[in-house]
Design a protein around this ligand. Structure first.
Ligand SMILES: [Zn+2]
Ligand SMILES: [Zn+2]
Length: 73
């Protein structure tokens, strides 16, 4: 049995439409917030490329919605 796995949070689903519905929630949520401006992203790797492009030389830092600042990578 193959599972449909969300690339953003690794949650797995039994059917493709459940995964698609779940991905819409990610698109609406955009929980990853840039530490240097008001940019928000639904995926961590999107925010990473945002920081590389918009804030060159800055370390990768983001805030989860409603969470303390954190760094990764
Ligand atoms: Zn997900
Ligand atoms: Zn930014």
């Amino acid at each position: 049995m193959s599972l449909f796995v969300c690339s953003a949070c690794s949650k797995s689903f039994l059917s493709g439409w459940e995964l698609r519905r779940h991905l819409h929630a990610h698109a609406d949520a955009r929980p990853f917030r840039c530490s240097y401006c008001t940019h928000r992203s639904n995926f961590k790797h999107n925010l990473k490329s945002h920081i590389r492009t918009i804030h060159p030389g800055k370390p990768f830092a983001f805030r989860m919605e409603g969470a303390a600042p954190t760094t990764d990578g």
